[in-house]
Design a protein around this ligand. Structure first.
Ligand code: GLU
Length: 449
């Protein structure tokens, strides 16, 4: 291993030993940059890696809110402005009980590479709170979002930092956040947030974009392998917005999503989550705030496996689309034993590093990394920003066409970056290198700070 890379990884692991997810992503990404770092001695001279693993800025803030019984609560809010060298910081806000500095930094770091890979002018950021939205009333959610924005609004803006949704933050929350921003600023600056409702500046296709983009990327993988999507079975995880988009697009193209998962277990629907009724039910199930996938099994009379993950199911394609570290070594071994050829990550860092290394070492498995596969979401957010700044509204067809082109380009650039660096067909290293090169170039040209 290149000594500079090794030193940077070790330094992060020592200084942030209490931030395991952040250390994990730094190790995964940096260790695949060897050929480019070897080739560019100036990266070490200007400490590009050391600067890239340190957020430009990250802050916390107090968020107080009143529940329906007039009891007050206090949570921690975060915004991590990781890297702004190629555009305003851009990335989602996550509301989930387990949000902490490690999760914020891992997501901000991944986001920087992902956003660069889209080829669009967006830097990397992430935010959130340890607020747990499950079981909260609409009024409680609104008051929490208003309080969150009161603390954050001074530090974001259409040319500064543009948050969006992530887990626990969907269209409803973005609406409340934008309403509060507008009230505080006294200006209709709707380019400050993406994932907005269509009536006040949201983009067509944004809700579907992450799932659609993942399927467009997958089609590229299959085509280069002499295969096609029609007739294939897919194991997904989660039942949120991303999985919903995959179900819609996969169905349209003749494939079937046969598993969904939640914190309570997974469901197996051999007929596929492929009727409008079933696909719409995912939205209702998420909106209920119960966070239980068993509801789907009860409604449609399919198998429910309590407390288990869907990675032992024999399918053609596995798409972990729920959360980080959902696939560990035991699951990876089941995937290999089932001779599953396509392992397509969708959620941010869904695979532990040892499981990822194991899967990549299997000669018959093609592994695609989440930062490329799920980049259609943030790319469509950038298209939303363009529409807002031009005060234009593009049709669904236009947005979908651009999304499709962006996903094809991300795939192609990843393949080319790996090949150019003597790594063969390696979608994981290719995405890391392509994302890295653009940010590194911009940082060098802008001087050291
Ligand atoms: N949270 C999504 C992501 O991880 C979307 C971010 C955005 O649209 O800014 O990429």
């Amino acid at each position: 291993m290149n000594a500079y890379i090794e030193r940077t990884i070790e330094s992060v692991k020592t200084r942030y030993s209490n931030e395991p997810e952040f250390c994990q992503t730094v190790e995964e990404v940096l260790s695949s940059l060897e050929p480019v770092v070897d080739m560019h001695p100036e990266y070490e001279k200007f400490d590009i890696l050391g600067r890239m693993v340190e957020p430009e800025r990250m802050f916390t803030f107090r968020v107080c809110w009143e529940d329906d019984n007039h009891q007050w609560h206090t949570n921690t809010g975060y915004r991590c402005q990781f890297n702004g060298s190629i555009g305003p910081y851009k990335g989602g806000i996550r509301f989930q009980r387990n949000v902490n500095p490690s999760i914020m930094k891992f997501l901000g770091f991944e986001q920087t590479f992902k956003n660069s890979l889209t080829g669009l002018p967006i830097g990397g950021g992430k935010g959130g709170s340890d607020f747990d939205p499950s079981g909260k009333s609409d009024g409680e959610i609104m008051r929490f979002c208003q309080s969150f924005m009161q603390a954050l609004y001074r530090y974001i803006g259409p040319d500064t930092d543009v948050p969006a949704g992530d887990m626990g933050v969907g269209g409803r929350e973005i609406g409340y956040l934008f309403g509060e921003y507008r009230r505080l600023k006294g200006k209709f600056e709707n380019g400050v947030l993406t994932g907005k409702g269509f009536s006040y500046g949201g983009s067509r296709i944004r809700p579907e974009a992450t799932g659609y983009g993942a399927v467009y990327y997958l089609e590229n993988v299959l085509r280069d392998d002499g295969e096609e999507l029609a007739g294939k079975t897919i194991a997904c995880a989660g039942f949120g917005n991303v999985t919903w988009g995959i179900c819609k697009k996969a169905t349209e193209l003749g494939a079937k999503v046969v598993t969904l998962s939640g914190p309570d277990g997974y469901v197996y629907d051999p007929d596929g989550v492929c009727t409008p009724e079933k696909i719409d039910y995912l939205v209702a199930m998420r909106a209920s705030g119960r966070n239980k996938v068993k509801d789907y099994a009860d409604k449609f009379g399919v198998e429910f496996h309590e407390g288990e993950k869907p990675w032992g199911v024999k399918v053609d394609i596995v798409m972990p689309s729920a959360m980080q570290n959902d696939v560990r070594m035991d699951s990876a071994k089941k995937i290999a034993a089932n001779h599953i050829r396509y392992y397509i990550e969708v959620a941010n860092m869904p695979t532990t590093n040892d499981a990822l290394r194991f899967l990549m070492a299997q000669p018959d498995i093609i592994v695609a990394p989440s930062k490329a596969v799920n980049a259609g979401g943030v790319a469509t957010s950038a298209l939303e920003m363009s529409q807002n700044s031009e005060r234009l509204v593009w049709t669904a067809e236009e947005v979908d066409r651009q999304l499709h082109t962006i996903m094809d380009t991300i795939y192609k650039n990843s393949v080319d970056a790996a090949a150019r660096n003597g790594l063969g067909y390696n979608l994981v290293a290719g995405a890391n290198i392509a994302g890295f090169e653009r940010v590194a170039d911009a940082m060098i040209q802008q001087g050291v700070f």
